[in-house]
Design a protein around this ligand. Structure first.
Ligand SMILES: [Mg+2]
Length: 388
């Protein structure tokens, strides 16, 4: 491994800012010598896919994952690469804004350094659309969890009665567990109002993306206020790139943002944009292996603890990083994988197991496809078309 961060861009903790040109060579393989592309089978179809291909490589700071969904174009995928290069230590982190944000009066103190031994972040359990009599057995798999996210609107508004029956059963079994809902943009604006009326009595922490568009979220919040329905709206699908949180904040479209490390261009960029938006954030995964989840856990541990965040999300914010359970295989042994135990995962770096990298490796044709994609994204990052 070439000590690239020092020989080309200065030490990892250098003063280099996001705006400084990145002094990268033309070809990624001049820097990344140990590239792996693996295929992770999924337990069930999710987001329309049954397996996930991810690229893994290591740098001076450790292993990182590059796993933009295959349909994404170079520009979008390049932000994911920027995140991976940063997490591996091959390029420095932009953190100026994040540091400024954590020194404001509204912050009661930042999370301890992520490297701290034994640190964990809380993770929510997930309740999928299921018959009420399966609620208990599905959630029992998570062990003790303080927060559950229930999926609603699987078939849009037509699911409402089933959703209500499931939530009633949930509340009967777990009266004190924090409950979030996620509609994955499944309602029209008028359906969302009706659904909110129906869900208001369940004591929600927040309701994730009831409607697709940012403007619709903003209108929904106005209507909820007019009706005196105190439901906190969170934006997830509306946050896909670094400028989105600012737009959500500007339009008053949500009180909470769901953030993912790779789409936002890295931990540093995510902290910057979260700070700039002033909105409480919940970290979620982009369906990653344990290597990618580790970056999410570090961001979750570093989130600023503002008054608004404490009011809405409490002092131990449950993140959406329990997605390791969606895969039948991972790049590390089960006891080292970042799958939640009793509602928490450790904040740690993951080193993939060489045997598993070999077993899960894609065929040479897919490897070449990914190497070419990586090179295209590398060139975009290098040309500064992609900022964090
Ligand atoms: Mg969501």
């Amino acid at each position: 491994m070439v000590d690239f961060a020092r020989s080309h861009t200065g030490a990892l903790d250098s003063e280099a800012s996001a705006a400084a040109p990145l002094d990268l060579p033309e070809r990624f393989d001049e820097v990344i010598e140990d590239l792996h592309v693996v295929r992770l089978p999924m337990v069930t179809r999710f987001r329309g896919i049954t397996e996930r291909e991810v690229v893994l490589f290591s740098g001076t700071a450790g292993w990182a994952e590059f796993s933009p969904f295959v349909e994404y174009g170079t520009e979008e995928a390049s932000r994911w690469l920027r995140a991976s290069l940063e997490f591996s230590g091959l390029i420095p982190r932009p953190t100026a804004l994040a540091e400024a944000a954590s020194s404001t009066d509204s912050v009661r103190g930042s999370a301890p350094a992520a490297e701290a031994n034994g640190e964990t972040v809380a993770v929510n359990g997930t309740l999928p659309a299921c018959p009420p009599d399966q609620v208990e057995s599905i959630l029992s798999r998570y062990g003790r969890v303080g927060t559950v996210k229930a999926k609603v609107a699987e078939h849009g508004f037509a699911s409402l009665d089933e959703d209500l029956a499931r939530l009633r059963e949930f509340r009967k079994l777990f009266p004190d567990t924090t409950l979030r809902l996620d509609a994955n943009a499944g309602y029209t604006p008028s359906e969302a109002i009706e659904a909110c009326e129906a869900f208001a009595d369940f004591g929600l922490q927040y309701f994730e993306q009831p409607v697709p568009e940012v403007e619709q979220l903003a209108d929904l919040r106005e209507e909820l206020a007019r009706r005196g329905l105190p439901i906190v709206i969170a934006a997830d699908e509306s946050i896909r790139k670094a400028e989105d949180p600012l737009r959500v904040a500007e339009l008053g479209a949500a009180e909470v943002i769901i953030v993912k490390v790779q789409p936002l261009g890295g931990i540093g960029a995510a902290l910057d944009v979260i700070g700039a938006s002033g909105l409480p954030a919940v970290v979620s995964s982009a369906l990653e292996s344990s290597v990618g989840l580790a970056a999410g856990a570090e961001l979750a541990a570093r989130l600023p603890r503002t008054d608004r965040s404490l009011d809405i999300l409490g002092d131990r914010v449950a993140c959406g990083l329990g997605t390791g359970r969606l895969f039948t295989a991972d790049v590390v042994a089960e006891d080292e994988a970042l799958t939640p135990v009793d509602g928490a995962i450790p904040v740690t770096r993951i080193v993939p197991d060489p045997d598993r990298l070999e077993q899960l490796a894609v065929d040479p044709g897919r490897f070449e496809w990914w190497a070419e994609r990586l090179q295209n994204c590398w060139s975009a990052v290098r040309d500064l078309k992609v900022r964090g």
